[in-house]
Design a protein around this ligand. Structure first.
Ligand code: 5AD
Length: 355
């Protein structure tokens, strides 16, 4: 450690102390930090996560149960306009089988994730949630099925869903409109997030690192938005281009940028459940391990049937066999242990809340 701290280190100290730096100062941190500053950030981020979660890394079994989607987000491989996407929908039985297999393996959280597929009506999803909960009352269910109305969210919560992931994608309005067609709105997405929190879900927001047109100011807005929403979970991974989308060929987000954001988010929201995402594991072979060492404390291996895994292709080269999959929890365990952390197969609820 140098005798004199850099300006970035002082900003990192402020975040560590629970203060929110001014926008300009945050922008400077994001744009001007050195490798040494980043190491300093990661060290403090680990300290914070270890104070709250010890060495525990929570695992969630991810069930990607439909890739039909009514939306047409420019970055996403399962957008409705992608005629090359091979569409699938798991049957109720297939979904239950995934959860049963996951349960036998030791998973106690299931994440039901899908495109915005109106085939899964309020009632259909209620039945699925209730049946999983009946069979596995000791498990948490996380939903990630996009923007729906209040009554849907409430009914699913009353059926037993515990958590909900809905990334806000970007908190800057003009940027939101560069990533999405005019029929989608940032205001509505934010409204959904506040509804989910009000209903009682452990709620997750998030955004991509390095998405097309993103500026440092956008990221500052994202951080300020997260600070005001105070979510229980934040999903952040690098943007990775997908060949059948309007953003084919656009630059991907980088490992370094994503890691740095994970560290900042950990300091800003000490209790947050923060996954080292599949996208992070896709841009670098040791991406997820590095994510854990930058402040992340969750991993989400894939429980979907092997036959559909290549079809949930949000972005190119998504890893979907081998060590990220739930079929190889021992591999995953080994990789987590190599970082000095320990894999924990409990429900893994959030352990506190930013006041
Ligand atoms: N690269 C990285 N992440 C993506 N997502 C969608 N498309 C991509 C992409 N091309 C993310 C979005 C979405 C989540 C399910 O996956 O942030 O909320």
């Amino acid at each position: 450690m140098p005798e004199v701290k850099t300006g970035c280190m002082l900003t990192i100290d402020r975040l560590y102390a629970g203060q929110m730096p001014e926008r300009e100062e945050l922008k400077k941190l994001l744009t001007c930090h050195t490798d040494e500053d980043a190491e300093y950030l990661f060290r403090l981020a680990r300290q914070v996560r270890e104070r709250i979660y010890g060495k525990d890394v929570y695992v969630r079994g991810l069930v990607e149960f439909t890739n039909y989607c009514r939306n047409n987000c420019y970055y996403c491989g399962i957008r409705r306009g992608n005629g090359n996407a091979c569409r699938y929908r798991l049957s109720d039985e297939e979904i239950y089988n995934c959860c049963d297999e996951g349960y036998r393996t030791g998973f106690r959280t299931f994440v039901l994730q899908g495109g915005e597929d109106v085939y899964f009506t309020r009632e259909r999803l209620c039945i699925i949630i209730e049946n999983i909960k009946k069979k596995h009352p000791d498990c948490a269910i996380t939903l990630s099925v996009g923007e729906r109305d209040y009554k849907d969210y409430l009914a699913w919560y009353e059926s037993g869903a515990d958590r909900y992931l809905l990334r806000h994608e970007t908190a800057a309005g003009w940027h939101y409109n560069k990533l999405h067609p005019a029929e989608m709105s940032l205001a509505h997405r934010k409204e959904c997030l506040f509804m989910l929190k009000e209903i009682g879900y452990q709620t997750g927001a998030g955004f991509m690192a390095g998405s097309p047109f993103q500026t440092p100011e956008c990221i500052v807005e994202d951080l300020y938005f997260l600070r005001s929403l105070r979510p229980h979970m934040v999903g952040t991974g690098p943007f990775i281009s997908q060949k059948d989308t309007p953003f084919a060929g656009k630059d991907n987000g980088t490992l370094e940028q994503t890691l740095f954001l994970l560290g900042v988010i950990r300091l800003m929201l000490p209790y947050v459940l923060l996954p080292a995402t599949t996208a992070l594991g896709t841009i670098a072979p040791d991406g997820r391990e590095r994510g854990l060492l930058a402040g992340a404390n969750v991993v989400m291996p894939n429980l979907s049937p092997v036959s559909v895994r290549d079809k949930y292709s949000l972005y190119d080269n998504k890893i979907y066999t081998g060590e990220e999959s739930a079929q190889c929890v021992e591999c995953l365990q080994r990789r987590i242990e190599q970082t000095g952390y320990r894999m924990v197969m409990g429900r893994g609820d959030v352990l506190g809340y930013l006041s």
